[in-house]
Design a protein. Structure first.
Length: 282
């Protein structure tokens, strides 16, 4: 039938768009390929290759051990079976921190680094930050496995008993890093200064977290600020299980779960709302 001039017709409804969560879930093969690409390119043309995944944390551990243990005389309480090795005590919290920082930084730069891919084809853009976190997770698993073996070599066999709790904490760090990475990845598209600012912010955040010093040295305002820091309870929980052989407190574990869940929900929501404009902004 021919339309009558001037007659208004209702707009044709657009097809319902699948939820972002469903799109990501149905793109498992693409996610795996993106993660493998991240892993292959990470140490491409590097002589040590994957050896760098241990060289960097060991170098930081050596420096912090010299400064805080030998110079400033920091002495944490002994761990399981009287274990008193500052380097191992430090690594129990430093390795989770390194994973968190590496994962978030990689997620922040994932969108500009793949702008050609984003402009050429459609796929759930969330996969780029998530695959960056996933690639960092592979390295972290290797580091944590070596740490557990090192603890066992010094007589801390309870580290094996607390592996399920350690795995749970790692998964919470993945959720936390993914949420923050999604949020900052979007911000970095609009304001490229974000990635440079976060380098400075992470340095300050490190020293606000009881990693290179025991939490017992904090008092007053410093203790209050530390309690507002979600990474405080997270690093303490890792150290409690691996080094001291005790379960984390319910309050501390609950704080980590809440921080991870809230950050992920905010990051996912913000990213989903701005996903459609990423091509224009890039």
């Amino acid at each position: 039938m021919t339309a009558v001039a001037g007659e208004e017709h209702p707009a044709k409804p657009s097809p319902p768009r699948r939820s972002a969560w469903r799109e990501v879930r149905n793109s498992r093969e693409l996610f795996a390929n993106l993660t493998l690409r991240e892993l292959r390119s990470k140490y491409k043309r590097s002589w040590l290759g994957w050896g760098w995944s241990m060289v960097n944390p060991l170098a930081y551990t050596a420096i912090y051990t010299i400064v805080f243990h030998f110079v400033l005389r920091a002495k944490p309480t002994p761990g399981v079976n009287g274990l008193s090795v500052f380097a191992l005590w430090l690594l129990c919290a430093m390795l989770p921190w390194n994973f968190f920082q590496t994962a978030v930084n990689a997620a922040i730069g994932s969108l500009p680094a793949n702008d050609n891919l984003i402009k050429k084809s459609y796929f759930p853009r969330q996969l780029l930050p998530i695959s960056s976190v996933s690639a960092a997770l592979v390295s972290h698993f290797i580091e944590m496995a070596l740490l557990v073996l090192a603890l066992a070599a010094f007589g801390d066999y309870q580290a094996f008993i607390f592996l399920p709790m350690t795995f749970l904490l790692i998964m919470l760090m993945v959720v936390f890093a993914t949420g923050l990475g999604l949020l900052l990845a979007v911000a970095n598209v609009y304001f490229r200064d974000v990635q440079y600012f976060m380098t400075i912010f992470f340095l300050a955040w490190l020293y606000l977290t009881p990693i290179v010093y025991p939490p017992t040295v904090l008092h007053g305002t410093a203790l209050f600020v530390s309690k507002l820091n979600p990474m405080t309870d997270a690093t303490i929980a890792f150290r409690d299980g691996l080094y001291y052989g005790t379960l984390p407190g319910l309050y501390g574990l609950g704080a980590v779960i809440a921080a991870a869940a809230i950050t992920f929900a905010i990051g996912w929501t913000v990213f989903a709302r701005h996903e459609a404009r990423l091509v224009e902004e890039l």
